[in-house]
Design a binder for this molecule. Sequence first.
Ligand SMILES: [Zn+2]
Ligand SMILES: [Zn+2]
Length: 842
Amino acid sequence: MNPAATVSAAPGPGRPPTATPGDVLRRLRARHHGADPVTHVERVPARPGEPAPWPGWAPAELRAALTRRGVVAPWRHQAQAAELAYAGKHVVVATGTASGKSLAYQLPALATLLADPRATVLYLAPTKALAADQLRAVAGLELDGVRPATYDGDTPRAEREWIRRHSRFVLTNPDMLHHGILPGHAHWSGFLRRLAYVVIDECHTYRGVFGSHVAHVLRRLRRQCARYGRTPVFVLASATSGDPATAAGRLTGLPVAAVTEDTSPRGGVTFALWEPPLLPSDVSSAAADLAPVRRSALRETADLLADTVAEGVRTLAFVRSRRGAEVVAANARRSLDEAVPGLGDRVAAYRAGYLREERRELERALLHGDLLGLASTNALELGVDLVGLDAVLICGWPGTRASLWQQAGRAGRSGDEALAVLVARDDPLDTYLVHHPEALFGRPVEATVLDPANPYVLGPQLACAAAEAPLTPADLDLFGDGAKEAVDSLVEAGALRQRPTGWYWRHRERPEVDLRGEGGAPVCVVEASTGRLLGTVDGGSSHFLIHPGAVYLHQGVSYVVDSLDLADGCALVHAEEPDWSTHARDVTSLSVVSVRSYVDAGPVGMFLGEVDVTSQVVSYQRRRIATGEVIDTRPLDLPARELRTVAVWFTVSPESLALAGVAAADVPGALHAAEHAAIGLLPLMATCDRWDIGGLSTAVHPDTEAPTVFVYDGHPGGAGFAERAYGTAAAWLRATRDAIAECGCEAGCPSCVQSPKCGNGNNPLSKPDAVRVLDVVLANLPAVDQPTTGGSAAGETATGDATVDEPAAGGEAVDAGAELPSGGRGPALPRQDERIAAPTDL
Ligand SMILES: [Zn+2]
Ligand SMILES: [Zn+2]
C-alpha cells in the first residue's frame, strides 16, 4: 500500500488468531445444507511493492511534506507516470484501488507550483466528496503559496472571487466547469493563462453519453486555454480499465500515454463465487411471475455478513442500492442480536445521504475494529483510506470487472490474507459469471466506451462553445468527426450565424445543456407539505422514476410520488418508506431509419444502424423489497415518447428456424427470450448496464420482413453500446447462448431469459427455442469479431411509422417483446436494485 494513502486496519478483537480466509470460507459453506453455494474459488496471490527513487526534480520541500504524511518513497508506477507528466506528456495512470494514483499527479503538479510561483492546476473529480478528500490531502501538505480550494455549487459567492484570483490548485467537477467556469472564462483568464496541469481523477466514470459530453467540455477547456496562450498537460487517473490510453485519448482528444502496471504491494485474496440456493419449488411457484427462484442475494449477503462478523472478521458488504444496503445491515443486525444480544451493534449501513463527518466516523470505527461489519453502496462514496479489510462481500455483479476489482481491492492488508465473495443475483449475467470464472479472472477489464461524435452531444456542445467565443474553422478539427455537419445544422436551425470570421451564437441567453441528462427539460421533485425542492429528474427518466405512485429515493430518504405534472415539469411527493419498490412498464415500437453497416451471413443478417423508438409507460408493478415478490400492477396514463438512437439487430430466416426445430408459434417467445438474455449479457462487452439498453423482438418486422431482435442504446443519438455489441457480435451472442443453455431452471427464470424490466410481463418466453435461435445465428455468423463495414445499404431505409408491438390489450397474446431502458440515469452509477434518480451531487 502507498503509506500515504492508507491506514491499515488493526487486528479485530475477538478474531481467532489462526482464522485464514480459507477457514472462514469453509465455515460459511458448512452452514449450507444441500448444494454447495460456492461455484469457484480463486486465489489471487500477494504481490510485493516496488519502490522507486524520488524524481530528481521533486523539490526537497515537497519530498519532506510527503514524508511527513508517511510517503517514504513512490512506487515505480507512480514515479513513471509523474516523470511522463513532468516531461510534458499527457498520461493516464490506470491501476487498482489504493495503488496511490494521487501521488502520480500530485508530484508533477505540486513540483511545478513550487518551482513557478505563477503556475496553476485544475483538478476535476466526478463527485464533490472526492474533491473534498483531495483538498484535504493537498492542504495537509501545507505547501507555501499553493492555496488549494474547492470550487463547486457549494462554494459561497463571497469566496468565489478570491479563489479565482488567488488559488493555484482549484478542485472542481465537470458540471461546474461546464456551467460556471467556461461560460465565465473572462473571470478565469488569469487562472487559465497560467494553467500548467489539468488533472482528471476517476476518469473511467466518464462513459456513455455523460462521458461524451465531458469529452467536449474538455475540448472547450482546451480551446479557451489556447485562446489565452496555454496548452496544459493532462494527467488522468483511472481504475483498472481495458485500453486506458485509447479511452483517455477519446476523452481528451489528445495522445495519452498509459501507465498500467501496478507496483504497489498487495495482500493475497481468496475470491469465492457464490450462488444462492434455489428455493423449494412450492415457495417459488406460489409467488407471482418475477419472484426470485433463488434465495435473494440481499438475504444471502446479510447472512454472510452476520456470519463473518460473528467470527470477528472485519467485513465490508457492497450492495447496489442504498435501500439494499439498509436491508442487508438490518437483517445482519437482527441475526446477530438473536445469537448474542448487543452483537448487532457492531454492524452499520453506510450511504451517500450521510454527512461526510458521519461517513468518516463509520470508516474509522471499521478500521479500528469498533465496528465489524458495514453494508455500503458503491466504492466512489467510500473514503480512499478504507482498505485493508479482512473480507469484502459483493452483493450482485457490480456491472464491470473494473468495479469488481475496485470493490474487492478493499480487502487484504500487505502480508495478510483476505476473503472476497461475489454473491450472484437472480439475473442472467450474474448466473453466467459465477459459472464462468474464466470470464472474471485472468481477463482484461472492460474498455470504457464513449462516443464524442454523437450528434446529440456534439451539436449542443458546439452551441456552448460558440456562446463562449465564436467558432472558427480551426475549432472544427478540435471537436472532431461530425463537427462541420453539426455546425451547419445549428446555422440552419438559427442558433448560429455565419460571418467571415466564424460562427456566432445568436441568442442572449446561453444554451441550456445538461451533461448528465438528455431527452427533455428536467422535472422538479417537490415535497408537497413543505414546498421544498428535493431535486430534479431529467425528462428522459421522469416517466419511469417519478410517475404517480413511484417510490423515489433522495439522499437515502424514501418518498412516494403523489402527482406528476409534465406540463409544469413538477412532481409532488411526500415522505414515506413503504416496504415495496416500484417498477415502471412500457410498450414500445421501433422503425429502422438507416443502416450503417451489416453482415450478410446467408439466413442470418447482422446490422448496425439508426432507429426510431416510440415508447409509452403504461403501468407499474409494486414489489416487496426483501423478496422481490410482485404485489400488484397498476395502470398509468402517460404520453408516448420518441427516441432516435443507434441499434444493433439480427434477422434469421423463418426457414432456418423451422429447420432448427422452432415451431412457427414458438418464434415470438424464442426471439423475446434471446433478446432478454442478450441485453443481460451485453454489459460483459461494454461498460454499460442493462438499464442503458433497450430491446425489441418480433416474428416479423415490417422493416426487415423477417424474425428480428433489436437491441438499442437508450440515449438519443446512441452512446456507443450498440456499436460495441455489433463489433463483438459473435462473442456477445455466444455468451448469451451459453448463459441460457447452462441455466439450471426448466422453463426460464430471472437468471436466464426473464427480465426485471420487460414491457410485456415476460410473456411469451421460450427458453429452449432461444438456444436454437442463437445456435442458428452463431452457426452462420463469421466467428471474427469485426464484421466488415458495408456502408449504408440503399433500400434499407424505412418509413418511420411502422409499429410491431401491440399493447397487450384484452388478454390477447402479443407478437413482440419489448423493453426500454430507463433513459438518462447518471452513468457513473452502478446498476441499481431500484430505480433511483441521477445523482444530485454536483
Ligand atoms: Zn433460468
Ligand atoms: Zn421483454
